[in-house]
Design a protein around this ligand. Sequence first.
Ligand code: IMP
Ligand code: MG
Length: 183
Amino acid sequence: MQGSLHPDIESVLLSQKDIEVIVEKMGRQITEDYAGKNPLIVTVLRGAFVFTADLLRKVEIPCAVDFMAVSSYGDGVKSSGVVRIVKDLDTKIEGRHVIIAEDILDSGLTLSYLMDLFAARNPASIEVAAFAVKDIPGKTPKIEPRYVGAHVPNEFIVGYGLDYAERYRNLPYVGILKPEVYS
Ligand code: IMP
Ligand code: MG
């Protein structure tokens, strides 16, 4: 068993074991779908770095990795509606099969911006692997990821790379943050 629950966490949504099962399955799917294609896995920093590190080790075909940093949230819990590129790719993606690894898909704003940006660079294909997709009643995100780890409720979650104001990324599970922490 892991250590005791962090006092700011209301409940655990995905345990370490749940996460392991989820990521292993995603890695298996990518391994099957991309055989012979040498995909480039693009991590969207910072949140997705933990997920990508695990996913990469479940992909059993040759692949490469690169990093992109965007910012859409500031320190709040609501999307600012503005996506800013903090760090661009170092790899040329023309003709490459690109898989964008994202921690969580909420409105889809961040990803749709990235997909448009990448599409203009003429990759062979672009798909999204989202560790989590937030289910917002009455709303569908702008993007349909090819690979979805888990559907999560419309709550603010942290851990496994996901932060609130840069905290909690180091929790080994995904938990719902107590609202009094951010309100
Ligand atoms: P979107 O552009 O609305 O899809 O927001 C996606 C980004 O917002 C993610 O990459 C996260 O960085 C952040 N985000 C959205 N929901 C949460 C959450 O519940 N916890 C932590 N970060 C979140
Ligand atoms: Mg993020």
